[in-house]
Write a protein that binds this ligand. Structure first.
Ligand code: ZN
Length: 245
């Protein structure tokens, strides 16, 4: 909440260093197509933006929106798909190319299972951990059940948090040589300022976990959320302090 210390959330790096990080291989039910930008020539999509509660089954042309296929379109075509999705989203939120919708379905293919699975922009945790955090009153975010089976075919009871792109940088990004940034489509390889600084006025009033709007691969949380995670001894997650201006 406003005034709190804000923390950056990472997957537990001790797990990453040993190469045993958790992999849930799969996809969400739907996703926006990727974009081929006529201005910069880059083909790209941002898989870190997920709205798992949004149901696209009412849309007329499902094939290009299937989560497990790669579909590449022009900016004009992408805008048509965005126009179809916006009313279903209900609020004005970013819709970059390859935004994911609907429940995640997949298989646990590598690594040990921890309370949190934050691999490659996923925002998942075990239902037991989710319910403990809810009981403590430090997590009001909604969550959608994910459908993940392990190698024995058993269902892993995980949920995906409804995290949204909210926070804004409090200092400009840094453009190193050879890093691309396209003002037309938003493709952006620029580096984040170090140390990471976020703008206080952009911290959401009620959400305990949220993404950085300027780079949705960055996950942030409040002090009370971190305190609860640590006091419950939940695994698979680490925290780093972030400056606020
Ligand atoms: Zn571009």
């Amino acid at each position: 909440m406003k005034g709190d210390q804000i923390w950056r959330v990472h997957a537990d790096s001790s797990v990453w260093q040993t190469g045993r990080y958790t992999v849930f291989e799969g996809s969400h039910r739907w996703k926006l197509p990727s974009l081929r930008c006529s201005a910069c020539g880059v083909v790209w999509g941002d898989g870190t933006v997920c709205y798992p509660w949004v149901d696209l089954s009412s849309l007329p042309n499902q094939k290009p929106l299937k989560g497990n296929v790669v579909c590449v379109v022009s900016a004009e075509e992408l805008e048509l798909y965005r126009g179809q999705v916006r009313p279903l989203l209900g609020v004005d939120l970013p819709l970059p190319p390859a935004t994911n919708f609907g429940p995640f379905k997949g298989r646990h293919t590598a690594g040990k299972v921890f309370d949190f699975n934050l691999f490659l922009g996923e925002h998942m945790l075990s239902r037991a951990a989710y319910e403990k955090l809810r009981e403590k009153g430090t997590l009001s975010l909604g969550a959608t059940a994910v459908q993940v089976k392990n190698r024995k075919g058993e269902v892993l009871d995980y949920v995906e948090l409804h995290v949204l792109p909210r926070a804004e940088l409090g200092a400009p990004k840094i453009q190193e040589p050879r890093q691309l940034y396209c003002q037309v489509c938003g493709f952006d390889q620029r580096s984040l300022p170090e140390p990471l600084v976020i703008r206080r006025s952009s911290i959401p009033a009620k959400e305990e976990v949220f993404q950085l709007k300027d780079n949705t691969g960055v996950l942030l949380c409040t002090e009370s959320f971190r305190d609860s995670v640590l006091s419950l001894g939940l695994t698979g997650i680490q925290f780093e302090p972030v400056s606020v201006v």
